[in-house]
Ligand binder design. Structure first.
Ligand SMILES: *Cc1c(COP(=O)(O)O)cnc(C)c1O
Length: 394
């Protein structure tokens, strides 16, 4: 079908929940995509940080093909090998405790919130259930994770929301301290606020917040749904902050395009969620966990992660050395970058990039967000930067 045919039928049959770009994507290879009209794009989005191995990755496609022939899904009432293997790889790599598999980032965060509240309930009884998150954060679209999200615009229409969340200003340790009292069971934050604008937290702030949590037995929860699985040049971004979380959520890049999420708990809270307290039909199924297993077999290697850091530096430097007066700064880590521009011109810049063959995202009010596949080549990055040069100008 052509773009116009798809657009016409979309108008009729799909809820209009997304402000879409005027493109219908058809297929891809590496970090290059083609639309239904045959136009080519460099993919600087990877489906919002999902296609970590790019498009049509042979290892991933072959592994999924083999697993689909073998066993696509089995109930969690039975064991299957891929889920055990992925759990073992993540837990041993991170020296954590145990894992629960979900189907999305929001669900991973839901699991993490339940874990934190039950940890506190088991140990301290009722009433100690508040979770502090950060202003400008994003934690998902379920009724609870919307409320966990520290942005007023997400707290509309769907009343009543889940109670027990409060919001501290990012990188402000005094504000953080002022929110901590005896009703707090956990703190949840992204190391780099993704949707909020590609805003990295300061190392000192994170260290201090983690220390306060440790002292008061408040769980330190990290949402690595966007930053995790090699995106920032380490398996998880928190490693670069020198801290150890009590639990970490992940999703987006974990399955390389297949929906899979997880919450991983430290040894201290590994056994909080016991039989009957949590579950999901699809979570951890052999097809999705084969995807995760393949992604980890490629991404969770020191050489690969080093390459992500190097490519990230290269891309950041290339954009900065365009010397464009429109680019205020480039921030982020690894292959998670935000090009900060005036908010008045941002939409026009992103649309021009698209017209000239580069797919890019936005974040917050003033960032153009780049989340290319981790396997993007230097050639593909150079092509994208050449287009940016035309669009951003001197
Ligand atoms: C995308 C995202 C989520 C939500 O993930 P879904 O898979 O869309 O539910 C949660 N937290 C962060 C940091 C994200 O970037």
């Amino acid at each position: 079908m052509t773009y116009q045919e798809l657009k016409d039928e979309e108008q009729l049959y799909l809820m209009h929940t997304y402000g879409r770009f005027p493109v219908a994507l058809d297929h891809g290879k590496g970090a290059t995509l083609w639309d239904t009209e045959g136009k080519k794009y460099i993919d600087m989005t990877s489906g919002i940080g999902v296609n970590s191995l790019g498009h049509d990755n042979t290892a991933l496609v072959d592994a999924l093909n083999a697993q689909a022939h073998k066993l696509m899904h089995a109930s969690n009432l039975y064991l299957t090998e891929p889920m055990v293997q992925v759990a073992k790889e993540l837990v041993t790599s991170c020296e954590m405790g145990k894992i629960f598999f979900s189907n999305s980032g929001a669900e991973a965060n839901e699991g993490m919130i339940k874990l934190a509240r039950k940890y506190s309930f088991d140990k301290y009884g009722e009433g100690r259930n508040k979770i502090i998150t950060l202003k400008q954060s994003f934690h998902g679209r379920t009724v609870t994770t919307l409320k966990a999200t520290g942005q007023e615009k997400f707290h509309q229409y769907f009343f009543p929301f889940t109670e027990g969340f409060d919001y501290a200003a990012a990188n402000d340790i005094e504000d953080f301290k002022s929110k901590i009292d005896d009703s707090v069971c956990a703190v949840m934050m992204e190391m780099i606020q993704g949707e909020g604008g590609v805003l990295p937290l300061d190392r000192e702030y994170v260290e201090q917040a983690a220390a306060i949590c440790k002292e008061k037995d408040i769980l330190f929860l990290i949402d690595e749904v966007q930053t995790g699985i090699g995106r920032t040049g380490s398996l998880f971004c928190y490693e670069q902050y020198g801290i150890k979380p009590d639990a970490v959520s992940m999703a987006k890049g974990l399955g390389g395009g297949v929906p899979v999420g997880a919450v991983m708990a430290s040894v201290k809270c590994a056994d909080v969620l016991g039989a009957g307290t949590h579950g999901t039909t699809f979570g951890g199924n052999p097809f999705c966990c084969t995807a995760a297993q393949t992604v980890l077999s490629i991404v969770n290697k020191p050489e690969f992660l080093k390459e992500v850091r190097e490519k990230g530096e290269y891309l950041k430097d290339s954009i900065q050395s365009l010397g464009s007066s429109k680019v205020k700064t480039v921030r982020g880590m690894g292959l998670m970058l935000g090009i900060v521009v005036d908010k008045e011109i941002r939409a026009s810049l992103v649309n021009q990039l698209l017209e000239k063959g580069v797919l890019a995202l936005t974040a917050g009010e003033e960032a153009i967000r780049l989340l290319p596949p981790l396997v993007i080549s230097y050639e593909e990055m150079d092509s994208a930067v050449a287009v940016m040069k035309e669009v951003f100008g001197a």
